[in-house]
Design a protein around this ligand. Structure first.
Ligand code: ADP
Ligand code: MG
Length: 368
């Protein structure tokens, strides 16, 4: 069996590792010849994500196609419909997730409410929104935002006239109310062609400067209401493959949909060692029409992301803290950059978690 994967970042890298364990051959498309997945895939096509000829070349002679990257030329994928390659996920998850406005609307109609939001067309629409919902509010670009990029926080009327706001509204954006978060939760759900669903046990996510820092498994499982909202959402839109939903839990107990990603999620990396089947294996199973086993948590887990500025420091820490239950995943990126995700560390079991938590605290202090 041969699988075509669009995107060769760390998600693609871990997907290929999981594929080889299942005996699936992988062919990856990425613009960077030295991308993370180049270390683990069977074949790499170096081309731009919008290069239609190369996307066809990627899909040729493959049985299935999936993606680890959302901002793909959807029309190029549409053209693949004439080829034998199967795309179990289809285009719908991408059509929803690549535009924040469409994404919030899709959640709302399914009965999973996002925080109050509105499309921004002019400064007047921002003023109108804050009159109704108050400060603070956040303006977010509709497309291409990640790790907090493409967002501006509005704390008072002066902020509305800032240059940043002028810039952001030009590219198309939404405004939403900033809520008082207790914590953020991510729910990763896998659904196959027949509508069978499985969940990866959820984590509580902590961020530094809007970049995911740690994901810690939820001790007593997730509130049933959240599972039901997520389940209804995925059923309502008949989504297939792997879907992650970020959920806001507010200090007053309110629950909101934040965003959706049709790919494995950073918060689910712990599942490589923490579960009997990882999020990557489950994605492969859903998109390659294989059986979907139940996913079980093996032990309490904690994952810590390592950014460029902490990469060498973390490598040294891992070398000095050899522990059977601490796993270092190096994404083998050629350029080390500030705030770039370079690796992650997972700790399994309480003893390893205590060790890694101490280290995470040190990293946090370094970044403050
Ligand atoms: P992305 O992950 O695509 O950069 P998000 O919408 O998830 O964008 O925002 C990044 C982070 O910013 C969130 O994980 C959350 O911590 C914070 N944030 C975003 N929107 C809100 C909001 N409406 N209220 C409070 N915090 C928010
Ligand atoms: Mg997010």
């Amino acid at each position: 069996m041969r699988l075509a994967i669009i995107g060769g970042g760390q998600l693609g890298m871990m997907l290929c590792t999981a594929a080889s364990k299942l005996g699936i051959e992988t062919r990856v498309l990425d613009p960077d010849y030295a991308c993370s997945a180049s270390n683990t895939c069977d074949e790499l096509i170096v081309a731009d994500f919008n290069d239609r000829k190369s996307i066809k070349k990627l899909a040729k002679d493959c049985d299935y196609l999936t993606y680890e990257f959302e901002n793909i030329d959807i029309e190029a994928l549409e053209e693949l419909k004439t080829l034998p390659v199967k795309m179990v996920q289809g285009l719908k998850p991408l059509q929803i997730s690549t535009d924040r406005f469409v994404e919030k609307e899709a959640a709302r109609v399914s009965g999973f409410p996002p925080v109050s939001y509105k499309r921004v067309q002019s400064l007047a629409s921002i003023e109108e929104f804050v009159r109704e919902h108050g400060y603070p509010a956040i303006i977010k670009t509709r497309k291409l935002g990640y790790d907090g990029k493409g967002q501006v926080v509005i704390n008072d009327p002066l902020d509305i006239n800032s240059r940043q706001v002028q810039e952001i509204i030009k590219v198309g954006s939404i405004i939403e109310k900033a809520v008082d978060l207790d914590y953020e939760l991510s729910v990763i759900i896998i659904r196959n062609k027949n509508g069978e669903t499985r969940f990866i046990p959820s984590t509580i996510n902590k961020h530094i400067n809007n970049i995911l820092f740690t994901s810690h498994i939820v001790e007593n499982g997730v509130d049933e209401r959240i599972i039901e909202l997520v389940y209804n959402y995925i059923e309502y839109h008949n989504l297939k493959g792997i879907i992650t939903i970020e959920v806001f839990i507010c200090k007053d107990g309110d629950i909101y949909f934040n965003e959706m990603a049709p790919r494995p999620h950073n918060s689910g990396h712990y599942s490589i060692e923490g579960c009997n089947h990882s999020q990557f294996e489950m994605q492969l199973r859903a998109v390659c029409e294989l059986e979907l086993p139940m996913v079980k948590l093996l032990d309490e887990s904690l994952m810590v992301n390592i950014l460029g500025q902490d990469y060498e420091f973390a490598k040294a820490w891992v070398a000095n803290n050899q522990d059977l239950n601490i796993y270092f995943h190096d994404y083998l990126k050629t350029a080390i950059k500030h705030n770039r995700k370079m690796a992650h560390i997972t700790a399994i079991g309480i003893d390893a978690i205590i060790k890694l938590s101490g280290f995470a605290k040190t990293i946090k202090e370094r970044n403050e």
